[in-house]
Design a binder for this molecule. Structure first.
Ligand code: ADP
Ligand code: MG
Length: 210
């Protein structure tokens, strides 16, 4: 399978081509249609298997150009390093698309982030704590969020973010797609899914050689 088989539009295909990637990884191939379908989904594949593109390709394919200010896609990740990394990957994919992407995390000036948010954005990548603090300031309006991605759910729960996540679910629109990605399917991940998500589709790539 090639990226063209995923029926991506030309701007996305050109961006991928510039990166030198030739074929989708197994998780990218198998998660694409499920994520694109709009159903809740949980994807499991080891670290380094391309999970960021697995959720971002279908999201970017379907995200129409908009001039509205409020973000429509929210990606939650456990650490500041991951915010930077995921923003970087989204920007690479968006090379030929007019997307406004912003990353926010704690430990840095919140006012600078508020200013950036006020300028309008499409995709927000955030750590849970800072996301919640920003939402309380009312500068950040979450009413247009259509897709919530929780990346590295296993790590997120290991770090004790369950409560933070639940608080965030409460302030997001009820009608939204929930997309979760994880390297491992832990008991805590299973609990979170059972407590908050309506029977998500599961896409799981077995570890090769085991
Ligand atoms: P994971 O989230 O599963 O740990 P990442 O999404 O961070 O993996 O991807 C790992 C690396 O592989 C990144 O540098 C990314 O740019 C690269 N990558 C992603 N998809 C492909 C692909 N289809 N072909 C080659 N490299 C890829
Ligand atoms: Mg990842």
């Amino acid at each position: 399978m090639t990226f063209s088989d995923l029926n991506l539009n030309t701007p996305l295909l050109n961006a991928i081509n510039d990166l030198g990637f030739t074929t989708p990884t197994p998780i990218q191939e198998q998660a694409f249609n499920v994520v694109a379908s709009g159903k809740d989904v949980v994807g499991i594949a080891q670290t380094g298997t391309g999970k960021t593109f697995a959720y971002m390709l279908p999201i970017l394919k379907n995200l129409k150009y908009s001039e509205q200010e409020n973000p429509r896609v929210l990606v939650l990740v456990p650490t500041r390093e991951l915010v930077v990394q995921v923003v970087d990957e989204i920007e690479k994919l968006s090379k030929y698309i007019n997307n406004r992407v912003l990353g926010v995390y704690g430990g840095t000036n919140i006012n600078t982030q508020k200013k950036a948010i006020a300028e309008g954005l499409d995709i927000l990548v955030a750590t849970p704590g800072r996301l919640y603090d920003l939402a309380l300031t009312r500068v950040l309006q979450l009413k247009s969020i259509q897709k919530l991605v929780i990346d590295e759910v296993d790590v997120m729960l290991d770090l004790g973010f369950r409560h933070q996540l639940i608080n965030i679910f409460d302030i997001l629109p009820q009608r939204r797609q929930n997309i979760m990605f994880s390297a491992t399917m832990t008991q805590d991940v299973d609990l979170l899914i059972n407590d908050f998500f309506k029977s998500p589709e599961r896409v799981s790539i077995a570890v090769s050689g085991t």
